[in-house]
Design a protein. Structure first.
Length: 145
């Protein structure tokens, strides 16, 4: 069974918190018509993909060495988390001319148990001009805050 991503209007505010519209921010990345220029831009697009349940974008931007199966990724959408807000707290390298980058962030979700914050330090690599997510290290135990 395949999950269809929730469509977003290009004129709507982007869920990634950049302050831009979907069409001027994550929309073209999710559509596959534009590549992320930075590791942070990729992180923001991956957050938006989680908001709308876009498994294709998540897998397309996940390094094949560390990516889950499509089935495992789809099943993670059933965890009851409704992602509400992304706060990027730090970046290291990850610019247009870098080969690697780190993005630290806090993602805030609503769950049946209440508010949850996930804090992560994510690693990215740029291969053939394309940023890819490698892995993330949780910097907090996922729980209510």
């Amino acid at each position: 069974m395949s999950i269809s991503p929730t469509p977003l209007e290009d004129s709507a505010r982007c869920p990634c918190g950049s302050g831009d519209t979907v069409g001027g921010c994550c929309g073209p990345l999710l559509a596959g018509t534009k590549r992320a220029a930075t590791a942070e831009a990729l992180m923001r697009s991956r957050f938006t993909a989680n908001v709308v349940h876009d498994a294709d974008h998540l897998l397309r931007t996940w390094h094949p060495r560390t990516s889950p199966s499509y089935r495992d990724l789809e099943s993670s959408f059933d965890d009851g988390f409704v992602w509400k807000r992304l706060l990027v707290t730090a970046t290291e390298a990850g610019g247009p001319f870098d080969a690697e980058g780190i993005v630290e962030f806090t993602a805030i979700a609503r769950t049946p148990e209440g508010r949850r914050e996930l804090r992560e330090r994510s690693s990215f690599v740029r291969e053939d001009g394309t940023w890819l997510y490698i892995s993330g290290e949780l910097t907090n135990a996922p729980g209510s805050h």
